[in-house]
Design a protein around this ligand. Structure first.
Ligand code: FES
Ligand SMILES: [Fe+2]
Length: 417
């Protein structure tokens, strides 16, 4: 049998196997093992999910000045996110239109224009090819601009899509912007960055981020601050939580904050809501007291926690004085890179207005606890005895996530494409 035919048969078997896995999923249960570790499914995830959706990429302060750029790598693609001379933030695939070399070889930097290191073709910050030595006189440079990626900025948060036709982002903006706006994120700065290589499939990390069933057992610091997390396994606290939430929401409304929660619903891929602290706590800090100056146009230290989740790769929480972004990037079937950035008011001065250790403490602890849970989850899922298990009611967020994920795979599923 020729090797081309063998390859085709192998592909066909993989296609049939994935199709039957999709068909046999039981609603309300975790995925079958293949989805968490199979390289063929990982490739499909990169193509159908990460190749299509809006991906949180960074914060505007990372490209504050014209020519500033950052690189975000997803699978085989590197994307350059740059602020051009007109102050617009743009995204381009990091591949030269001559012979394909990387153009930016450093992960961040500041440039006047892009110059390919191989043969020095040069491009303006808007991606247009400007010059190249030995180009014929009749060479049409306009045919060789850098490939663009879709890019948009929502309240200082930068999103890109690798797809030619990304999903509609306006429902996300419609729901999230009124909640985000008072936090003044576009005038924030990053005060701390942490990166983690988590030995778990990206979906285990997304699932972990979608439920707080595990919070009372694992997140001492988070539960000390956030009432709903602590209330998960306590009916008495849950009852109290409802009345505290109603009371706080009334106050937030008075001071002009959006309070209507927009949870994940069928057909949506985002959730945003403001939730309450435990009594005596006003921010996500170890002692519950402020750790930095108020951000944006917030006027009260206790403005609750604004939580935002956008599939497939963003988790965001903001207190009145700081915020944190978590960006999940799949690197392998059992490896996900997480980048966390902590934001404070851009005018805040370290040492005078804040200490990084105090700002990052709750979410650093929470995240590191989560990575351990996710890695242990992956190791257990890899067992010969692993079978899908049932989600309980408080894990409805996981169920939504899994249904969204499978529908994406099913809905856009075109054999042999
Ligand atoms: S590959 Fe970029 S100039 Fe040749
Ligand atoms: Fe967690």
């Amino acid at each position: 049998m020729g090797s081309a035919l063998k390859y085709e048969l192998k592909q066909q078997r993989a296609t049939d196997q994935i199709r039957s896995l999709l068909e046999s999923h039981r609603v309300g249960w975790t995925l079958q093992q293949h989805f968490y570790r199979d390289p063929a499914i990982f490739e499909l995830d990169l193509k159908r999910i990460f190749g299509r959706y809006w991906l949180f990429s960074g914060h505007v302060s990372q490209v504050r000045h014209p020519g500033d750029y950052i690189i975000y790598q997803i699978g085989i693609d590197q994307v350059i996110i740059v602020r051009d001379h007109d102050e617009e933030i743009r995204a381009f695939f990091n591949t030269c239109r001559h012979r394909g070399s990387l153009i930016c070889t450093e992960p961040t930097g500041r440039l006047k224009s892009f110059v390919c290191p191989y043969h020095q073709w040069s491009y303006a910050l808007d991606g247009s090819l400007k010059a190249g030595k030995h180009l014929p006189d009749d060479f049409d440079k306009s045919e060789f601009n850098l490939h663009k990626a879709h890019c948009r900025v929502m309240e200082g948060l930068i999103f890109i899509s690798l797809s030619d036709q990304p999903p509609d982002f306006s429902p996300v903006e419609l729901d999230a912007v009124p909640h985000l706006k008072p936090h003044g994120l576009e005038r924030a700065k990053i005060c701390q960055t942490r990166r983690y290589d988590v030995r778990a499939n990206w979906k285990l990390i997304d699932e972990n981020a979608r439920e707080c069933y595990h919070c009372p057992g694992s997140h001492k610091q988070y539960c000390h601050a956030v009432m709903s997390a602590a209330a998960v396994n306590s009916p008495a606290l849950a009852l109290r939580h409802s009345s505290v939430l109603a009371e706080k929401a009334a106050r937030w409304k008075e001071i002009g904050l959006e309070t209507e929660p927009k949870p994940f619903r069928p057909g949506t891929y985002h959730s945003v809501s403001r939730f309450v602290f435990r009594p005596g706590v006003v921010t996500e800090s170890l002692d519950g007291q402020p750790v930095a100056p108020l951000m944006g146009r917030l006027t009260e230290p206790d403005s609750g926690v604004l939580g935002l989740g956008i599939y497939p790769n963003l988790l965001f929480e903001a207190s009145s004085d700081h915020a944190v972004t978590l960006r999940f990037t799949p690197v392998g079937p059992e490896l996900t890179r997480v980048e966390m950035n902590w934001l404070v008011h851009e005018g805040a001065v370290e040492g005078r207005d804040y200490e990084v250790k105090r700002v990052e403490a709750v979410w650093r602890a929470t995240a590191e606890q989560d990575w351990k849970l996710c890695e242990d989850n992956q190791t257990g899922v890899n067992s010969s005895r692993y079978q899908p298990g049932p989600y309980v009611k408080v894990e409805w967020g996981c169920e939504h996530f899994i249904e969204w994920y499978l529908n994406e795979l099913r809905g856009t599923w075109e054999p042999n494409s």
